[in-house]
Design a protein around this ligand. Structure first.
Ligand SMILES: NC(=O)c1ccc[n+]([C@@H]2O[C@H](COP(=O)([O-])OP(=O)(O)OC[C@H]3O[C@@H](n4cnc5c(N)ncnc54)[C@H](OP(=O)(O)O)[C@@H]3O)[C@@H](O)[C@H]2O)c1
Ligand SMILES: *[C@@H]1O[C@H](CO)[C@@H](O)[C@H](O)[C@H]1NC(C)=O
Ligand SMILES: *[C@@H]1O[C@H](CO)[C@@H](O)[C@H](O)[C@H]1NC(C)=O
Length: 378
C-alpha cells in the first residue's frame, strides 16, 4: 500500500470512528427534513444537497430532483413525477418503485399495469420466480413489452446470490439477467446477500463478499451495469467495502419498516453517500407467514395519522419513508393497492406526523413472536 493510500485510510477511519457516536445516539438528525414538501415549495428547482439520507456523503452527490406536483391536481389517476436520488454514476433512481417478489403468476399483468400507472422502477432478483417454469425477470420483460414504455424510461434493479460472486459465474449471471430482461444494461445490480445462509444448502458461494464486489465493479467497466450496490449488510461490511472495494457503493437495500428503522446502517450509508432502499416497508416481516395480521396496518399511531390526513396507513408509511430519504419498493398483486402506493407520495404529512412515525422504531422487538426473519438478524 502506498503512503498516500495509507494516509487516506487513516483519515477515512478517523472520520468514520469520530462521527459514529452522535449519529448512533441521535439518528433522527440525519433524516430530519421533509424532502418532498420542501421540494414542492421550490416549484421544481433542485433542493439543497443535505436533505436526503445520503446528503452528507463524501462526494456530496446525493440530491432529490423534484418537479412541481402541485399542478398535477387532486385527481388520483394523474401521473406525477416521482422524486429521484442521483447515484454515484450520475444516473437518477426513483424513490418509489415496484417490488416483484411473490407477484408470482401476476407478474406480467402487474408490471404492465404499474408502468401504465406511472411506476418507473422495477426491483427483481435473479432467484425470484413468476411460475415454476418462468423466472420473474422473464415475466418482467413481457410486462415491459406489453406496456410499450421504452426501456430508457425504466430503472431496472436485479440482485445476485453468492453463487455468482466468482468472476466467471458473475459474468455468466449478468449476461443471463440481461437476456431474460431483454435489455443490454442493468441500471442497478446488487449483491443479494453477503454470504449464504447457514441453513441454505442450495447456496454455493463462488467467492467472498469482497471478491463479488470487485467482480461486480468489472461489470460496470464492461458497460453491462450502471450502478452497483449491496443488500442485507451490516455497517462494518459497508465500511470494509468502502475502503477495500475498487468502486464505491451506490445503493444499499435493507429491511426497513416503522418498527425496524435500521438507523445505524442508514447513518453509515448516509455518511458514504450511499442511497438507501428499504424493503418490506409495509411490515410484512412481522406477519409470521400470514398467520398473524400485519401489525403495521393495525398500529393505532399510524391509523390516527391516516385518519387525520384522510388516507390509508400504507400511504402514511410510504410517504414517511421517502420523506426520511428511504427509497421504497412496495409490491402488490392488487390493482387498487398498486395505484394507492403509486399515489402515496401525494399525501401531505406534517412534521409532527413524521416525528410520531420516527417514534415507532423498536416498538416491536426481535422477540415479538417466532417469525424467523423478525427474530433473526439480517
Ligand atoms: N433484498 C432483499 O433481500 C429483499 C427481501 C425482501 C423483499 N425485497 C424486495 O422488496 C419488495 C417489497 O418487499 P415485500 O414484498 O417483502 O413487502 P411489501 O411490498 O412491503 O409488502 C407486500 C405485501 O403488502 C401488501 N400490500 C401492498 N400494498 C398494500 C396496500 N396499499 N395496502 C394493503 N396491503 C398492501 C401486499 O398484499 P396485496 O398483494 O394483497 O396487496 C403484500 O402482502 C419485494 O417485492 C422485493 O422486490 C428484497
Ligand atoms: C472487515 O475487515 C477486517 C479487516 O480485513 C476483517 O477483520 C473483518 O472481519 C471485516 N468485517 C466484516 C464484517 O466483514
Ligand atoms: C384489493 O384491495 C382493496 C382495498 O384494500 C380491497 O377492497 C379489494 O377487495 C382487494 N381486491 C382483491 C382482489 O383482493
Amino acid at each position: 500500500m502506498s503512503l498516500t493510500k495509507l494516509l487516506l485510510l487513516v483519515v477515512y477511519l478517523t472520520h468514520v470512528i469520530c462521527e459514529e457516536g452522535p449519529i448512533v445516539n441521535d439518528a433522527k438528525a440525519n433524516f430530519d427534513t421533509n424532502v418532498y414538501e420542501e421540494s414542492q415549495s421550490t416549484n421544481g428547482n433542485k433542493i439543497p444537497d443535505d436533505v436526503v439520507g445520503g446528503g452528507d456523503g463524501p462526494d456530496g452527490s446525493e440530491e432529490i430532483n423534484e418537479h412541481d406536483t402541485s399542478s398535477s391536481s387532486s385527481a388520483d389517476t394523474n401521473a406525477y413525477t416521482i422524486p429521484t436520488v442521483t447515484l454515484k454514476s450520475g444516473y437518477k433512481m426513483p424513490l418509489l418503485g415496484l417490488g416483484t417478489d411473490k407477484l408470482e403468476g401476476d407478474t406480467v399483468r402487474i408490471v404492465k399495469e404499474a408502468l401504465e400507472i406511472g411506476y418507473r422502477l422495477i426491483d427483481t432478483a435473479k432467484n425470484y420466480e413468476a411460475t415454476w417454469t418462468e423466472s420473474s425477470e422473464v415475466a418482467i420483460a413481457k410486462g415491459i413489452a406489453a406496456s410499450g414504455v421504452p426501456r430508457s424510461e425504466i430503472f431496472l434493479t436485479t440482485k445476485i446470490m453468492p453463487d455468482f460472486f466468482g468472476m466467471k459465474e458473475m459474468r455468466k449471471a449478468v449476461k443471463e439477467c440481461l437476456k431474460d430482461l431483454q435489455t443490454d444494461y442493468l441500471d442497478l445490480l446488487l449483491l443479494h446477500h453477503p454470504s449464504c445462509a447457514e441453513d441454505d444448502t442450495e447456496c454455493n458461494p463462488t467467492g467472498t463478499l469482497l471478491e463479488g464486489w470487485k467482480n461486480m465493479a468489472a461489470m460496470v467497466n464492461e458497460g453491462l451495469v450502471r450502478d452497483i450496490g449491496v443488500s442485507n449488510v451490516f455497517p462494518q461490511q459497508i465500511k470494509n467495502l468502502s475502503i477495500e472495494g475498487e468502486k464505491p457503493i451506490s445503493v444499499l437495500q435493507n429491511w426497513f419498516d416503522p418498527y425496524h428503522q435500521d438507523r445505524r446502517t442508514r447513518a453509515v450509508a448516509a455518511k458514504n453517500g450511499i442511497a438507501f432502499t428499504g424493503y418490506s416497508t409495509l411490515g410484512v416481516v412481522w406477519t409470521d407467514e400470514g398467520i398473524r395480521k400485519n401489525p403495521v396496518f393495525m398500529d393505532s399511531t399510524i391509523k390516527q395519522i391516516a385518519d387525520r390526513r384522510n388516507c390509508a396507513p400504507s400511504d402514511v408509511v410510504l410517504k414517511w419513508a421517502v420523506t426520511r430519504g428511504v427509497a421504497v419498493i412496495p409490491g402488490s398483486t392488487n390493482s387498487t393497492h398498486l395505484r394507492m402506493n403509486y399515489n402515496s407520495l401525494k399525501v401531505k404529512l406534517t412534521e409532527e406526523d413524521l416525528m410520531l412515525m420516527d417514534g415507532l422504531n423498536n416498538k416491536l422487538t426481535d422477540d415479538y413472536g417466532s417469525s424467523g426473519m423478525a427474530g433473526g438478524e439480517l
